[in-house]
Design a protein around this ligand. Structure first.
Ligand code: ATP
Ligand code: MG
Length: 522
């Protein structure tokens, strides 16, 4: 750390040090959108600095400039590191100065191993060749530090989203980072993985690292943040406030510009007849010889009910939700009934014919068609009802997305904009809107509010109320325990492919759910 020369010797000890990172008067424009408007901010060392704001506020844009993802030259304004002006034209250039970005949409090399990804661009070499033995040893060391039970020779694409995220963070931390920027790192993590991550973050913070932390989960902010900055509509509205001095209500008000009283506006309806039932669902492991990832579970979903399904990574929740929509290729021997009638679900087309809709958890890989417009992305699931003789009626397509866009309040320049140009949370709203357009009877919502800001989240929850109020049913599969507890009528807890607890709303207790989630099946 350099000390600014105050010119007066005996005051040198008290003279303010230059902040580790300073952003001054930065503006950034994309086509017609002004994503950042004259942003000025300072960040100190040894701090976890939360960067908050509604979807589209400009958080990712700002940190992509800091991390060299967007070249500094594409924006106006200046950046200083240790009091020295810096500019980056690539991620590599920022990394060379110790700034590491773990983006919202992960940048991993799926066909390479975990070890290769961890040591990417700094592979140990021996006589000009990559030294695999040393590389594996290094990788094991970092995986152990992060308490990651992952085989370093496994391919990245075989990992779960949570594991990929943790490997990317381990990579940054392992390269002597001074600034680590985490853009919604816990969106796909469960409570126990978050504990591990927070533990590591605090450790690195105490070693002097600046951690810039973006999240929409306010509970986490209270746990991890030392400083808080809030952005709204491309501007900074709260600048590096000490976290202790801001409670959740004040943060929400700064973000949204108004109070939100009830984060989970749950309405309870009298449950009706059984709408959808599953018996004896098995999903085999993709690794031969391993036990089934879903081992004979069954449940009933009633009309008017929101049934929560909660479990840690590896518990089988993802495989369950995928096989109910017919997208699992190792599911077998389940019996499904819809309104009492036996049905077959072997493909998404089967599922849709049974009136089942599905919001998948992994929006980048499964949900969005990045090169298509917002309106196409929203209406794609409704196509069978929109197309006549296989031709999409463009006007309906447009009207439909306009209607749902309004309901979800998606910030988009036009419905013809490419979805990949939207902020992360706004992409998620498009996905949710897509399924509401199809009029399903059963809606499987897997991580429906991933990266969605508090205000928009409340609107998604209200839509869930309406949906259930019309006598339809929702399966809410989420790793956000507050969300499941806030919105479900009943919760099934999964562990190692078995149902280990079933709780009614009046019996919801965090400890009970957590212990069932980590417990073994007896
Ligand atoms: N590549 C791009 N092309 C066009 N517009 C963009 C692009 N990237 C971002 N924008 C726009 O800039 C604004 C800020 O987006 P940004 O991704 O920074 O928001 P954010 O605060 O990270 O939101 P979220 O919480 O949803 O991730 C949005 O209006 C967005 O649509
Ligand atoms: Mg973002």
């Amino acid at each position: 750390m350099t000390v600014m020369n105050s010119g007066i010797r005996d005051r040198a000890a008290e003279s303010p040090r230059a902040p580790l990172l300073a952003v001054s008067n930065v503006s950034k424009v994309f086509g017609g959108t002004r994503a950042l408007k004259d942003v000025s901010l300072t960040f100190g060392d040894s701090e976890v600095h939360a960067l908050l704001g509604e979807n589209g506020a400009g958080k990712s844009t700002l940190i992509k400039l800091i991390g060299g993802f967007y070249p500094t030259s594409g924006a106006t304004g200046t950046f200083h590191l240790d009091g020295q002006p810096v500019s980056f034209d690539s991620v590599g250039a920022a990394e060379a100065r110790g700034i590491f970005l773990v983006p919202q949409e992960l940048q991993v090399v799926p066909e390479m191993s975990v070890a290769e990804n961890l040591l990417l661009n700094r592979e140990p070499t021996k006589m000009g060749l990559v030294d695999r033995r040393v590389m594996l040893k290094e990788a094991v060391k970092w995986l152990t530090t992060f308490k990651l039970d992952i085989d370093p020779t496994q391919l990245m694409r075989e990992l779960t989203t949570a594991q990929k995220q943790l490997v990317s963070i381990a990579r940054a931390m392992s390269q002597g980072a001074r600034v680590v920027v985490l853009d919604e790192p816990t969106a796909a993590l469960t409570e126990s993985e978050i504990d591990v991550l927070f533990d590591r973050i605090k450790l690195f913070r105490d070693q002097g690292v600046l951690v810039i932390y973006i999240s929409h989960r306010l509970k986490e902010i209270a746990r991890i943040a030392d400083k808080i900055t809030v952005m709204r509509d491309g501007r900074v509205v709260k600048n590096g406030v000490t976290a202790r001095d801001l409670d959740s209500a004040a943060i929400i008000k700064a973000m949204v510009g108004k109070d939100i009283e009830n984060l989970y506006p749950k309405q309870v309806f009298e449950p009706g007849k059984v709408l959808f039932a599953v018996q004896d669902l098995h999903v085999r492991s993709s690794i031969p010889g391993k036990p089934d990832v879903v081992d004979g579970i069954g449940f009933e979903l009633h009309r008017g009910e929101v049934l929560g399904i909660y479990g840690v990574v590896g518990s089988g929740t993802t495989e369950t939700s995928r096989s109910l929509f017919g997208v699992s290729n190792t599911a077998s021997s389940a019996r499904f009934t819809r309104d009492g009638e036996t049905v077959h679900i072997g493909s998404p087309a089967d599922a849709m014919r049974c009136g089942i809709g599905y919001i998948p958890d992994d929006r980048k890989n499964r949900a969005i068609l990045p090169h298509m417009s917002v309106s196409s992305n929203m209406s794609i699931a409704a196509l069978p009802s929109l197309s006549r003789f296989g031709i999409i009626r463009a006007r309906d397509d447009f009207a439909l997305s306009a209607k749902h866009r309004q309901g979800m309040q998606i910030a988009v320049a036009s419905v013809d904009q490419k979805i990949s140009e939207l902020s992360g949370g706004n992409q998620q709203k498009v996905i949710a809107g897509r399924w509401l357009a199809t009029d399903p009877q059963v809606l499987i919502m897997h991580e429906p509010t991933l990266g969605v800001d508090v205000g928009a989240r409340a609107r998604i929850y209200e839509t869930m109320n309406e949906f259930a109020g019309e006598g339809r049913g929702i399966l809410l599969v989420s790793s956000d325990l507050s969300e499941v507890m806030g919105m479900a009528d009943r919760i099934l807890v999964l562990s190692h492919g078995h149902i280990t607890a079933e709780l009614k709303r009046e019996d919801f207790k965090e400890e009970t759910i957590m212990s069932a989630a980590i417990g073994e099946h007896s």
